[in-house]
Design a protein around this ligand. Structure first.
Ligand code: C2G
Length: 131
């Protein structure tokens, strides 16, 4: 039984999010998703997510190939989460390429290519100012 773990904000869920979760699940048997807390998200991006952490977790939990969801409270706790959930593989988007290589001694670290042409930031910008 191989456990895959991944992390993200997953605000305003879009197909890029779905595709990375689907590919992550295919690498193992069980997919756990750490959804970043509102506080962590604000610290990381200096702006609030549109959907709060409870709603973002509820949405991710409802995805058929997601087995469980937990709140990611700090970027620095990744190693603890990997150990706590006995994860075999850490999956991150390639926008984080190289940033989590230090966890290679705890589990396999895999960076998957992002889906091009879609992001929550660009969608919000489009809604705000138009094309
Ligand atoms: N993603 C993707 N394609 C996109 C947009 C996002 O594959 N077009 C992936 C990202 O690479 C990430 C996941 O979807 O792996 C979640 O993306 P975000 O919500 O932007 O999460 P992020 O802010 O990168 O949070 O601890 C790490 C952070 O919590 C990751």
């Amino acid at each position: 039984m191989k456990t895959v773990i991944t992390f993200g904000t997953f605000d305003m869920l879009h197909v890029g999010h779905i595709r990375i979760l689907e590919r992550a699940k295919r690498l193992g048997d069980r997919l756990l998703v750490g959804v970043s807390s509102d506080e962590l998200n604000f610290r990381k991006k200096q702006k609030s997510a549109i959907y709060n952490e409870q709603d973002r977790m509820e949405i991710i939990r409802s995805i058929a190939f997601v087995d469980d969801v937990f709140l990611e409270e700090s970027l620095e706790l990744k190693g603890e989460y990997i150990k706590q959930f006995s994860a075999d593989i850490l999956v991150m988007g390639d926008d984080w390429e190289g940033r989590f290589d230090m966890f290679n001694d705890l589990c396999q670290v895999v960076y998957l290519p992002r889906t091009l042409g879609i992001s929550t930031t660009e969608t919000l910008e489009y809604i705000r100012v138009g094309a």
